[in-house]
Design a protein. Structure first.
Length: 155
């Protein structure tokens, strides 16, 4: 929906107000041209300030990377999490891909087949995920990733 709005002449400033707090949705919205991404449970003062900044043209659409999105108008919780994506404990794209398949209840064998990896490589990715999230099981890894907004709720 953001893309067609931004294609209007003149393009409106789009602020996303939602309950969906996960990195994939945030980055997709920013990539589509949203000037900000705020959560519905944000304090009223924060929401009003974001609307005022958007009205003044503050917060520009980024190309969808975590570092670009941090400069936009984001809920502080989301901004902090996106900044942390560049830390040594951030999951790689492949680790997230493997974890999403774990969340979809796939076995290591099925994950290996789907991603054209060896089972040993899948296990290595899962060891890295467990280390980075400080968990000891597949279930804990999925729960921690969902809690931190790394996986969409349906994964």
């Amino acid at each position: 929906m953001i893309g067609p709005l931004r294609a209007l002449d003149p393009p409106p400033v789009v602020l996303v107000l939602t309950t969906y707090d996960n990195d994939q949705n945030v980055l997709a919205a920013m990539d589509a041209g949203a000037a900000g991404y705020l959560l519905k449970d944000s304090p009223a003062e924060e929401l009003a300030a974001a609307v005022r900044r958007a009205g003044r043209g503050a917060g520009s659409p980024g190309p969808g990377t975590a570092s670009d999105a941090v400069g936009a108008q984001l809920d502080p919780r989301i901004a902090r999490r996106l900044r942390d994506r560049d830390s040594p404990t951030a999951l790689s794209a492949r680790e997230l891909e493997v974890l999403a398949l774990v969340a979809a209840e796939r076995s290591n064998s099925a994950i290996a087949s789907e991603l054209f990896l060896s089972q040993a490589t899948v296990k290595t990715h899962l060891v890295h995920v467990s280390d980075k999230l400080a968990v000891t099981s597949r279930t804990e890894a999925v729960a921690a990733a969902r809690e931190r907004g790394m996986l969409r709720p349906e994964h």
